[in-house]
Design a protein. Structure first.
Length: 213
C-alpha cells in the first residue's frame, strides 16, 4: 500500500458562504459513509454522491478490479480527479473513499469545507467491512492490515474534520440527524449557499457547530 504523507490540520473556514458540498463525509472502511450519506442528504434536501461510485463509472469496473488490473496508483489518480471535480461542483452530500484524504492535493481542497469525520473504532470497522471479504488494501492478514491502516489514517481524519461524529453502536439515522444538527445553517439549501451560510468559526469547525470528540 502506497499513500501520500499525512496532511497537516485544515485551516478554518473562510467567512461567508462557499460553493461546494453541503457536507463531505470522511472516515475509514466500515464507517458507514455510503449508508449515512443518503440519509443525511435526505434530511438536508440535497443530492448524495459517492466518490468511489464516480470512479467506478469512469473506469467502467469496480474499485477492486481497478486495484487488481491497473494498480493502486491508477486508482488514486482516478480518485483524485473525481474528488477534485466533486468538491468544486457537487452541492449535496459527498462521500470520499477512506484513503482519498491521504492525497495532499485532495486534502488541500478540503480546507474551509464542511468535512464530517465518521469516527469508528477497530472492532466496529472490522465487523462492518467483514474481514472475510476481499478488499484490495486488506489482503494477506486482513486484521493486521486494517489495524495498520487505521493507525495511519485516523489522525488525518481528525485533523481535517470540522465535525467528528462517533458511529460505534449507533443507528445510521441517528448519526445522520446528529450531523444535520451540527452543520451551520438550517434546512434545505445549505449546499447551495442559502440560509445562514457558513460564517467564520474556529480552526477546527464552522461557527455554530458543536464540537464532538
Amino acid at each position: 500500500m502506497t499513500e501520500g504523507a499525512a496532511p497537516g490540520p485544515a485551516p478554518g473556514p473562510a467567512p461567508g458562504p462557499a460553493p461546494g458540498p453541503a457536507a463531505i463525509l470522511i472516515g475509514p472502511p466500515g464507517a458507514g459513509k455510503s449508508t449515512v450519506g443518503p440519509l443525511l442528504a435526505a434530511l438536508l434536501g440535497v443530492d448524495f454522491a459517492d466518490n468511489d461510485a464516480v470512479v467506478e463509472a469512469v473506469a467502467g469496473k469496480p474499485v477492486s478490479d481497478i486495484f487488481i488490473e491497473d494498480g493502486e496508483q491508477a486508482f488514486r489518480a482516478l480518485e483524485r480527479a473525481a474528488a477534485a471535480a466533486a468538491i468544486g461542483a457537487h452541492r449535496g452530500v459527498l462521500s470520499l473513499g477512506g484513503g482519498a484524504v491521504m492525497d495532499q492535493a485532495t486534502a488541500a481542497l478540503l480546507a474551509g469545507r464542511p468535512v464530517v469525520y465518521l469516527e469508528t473504532g477497530f472492532s466496529a470497522a472490522a465487523k462492518r467491512v467483514g474481514l472475510d471479504k476481499p478488499r484490495p488494501l486488506l489482503l494477506g492478514n486482513p486484521r493486521t492490515a486494517l489495524k495498520a491502516l487505521l493507525e495511519q489514517r485516523l489522525p488525518v481524519y481528525a485533523k481535517l474534520a470540522w465535525i467528528t461524529v462517533p458511529t460505534d453502536e449507533r443507528d445510521p439515522a441517528e448519526i445522520a440527524a446528529d450531523i444535520a444538527a451540527q452543520l451551520p445553517g438550517e434546512g434545505p439549501g445549505r449546499g447551495s449557499g442559502e440560509g445562514s451560510g457558513r460564517p467564520a468559526g474556529g480552526p477546527d469547525r464552522p461557527a455554530g457547530a458543536a464540537p464532538r470528540s
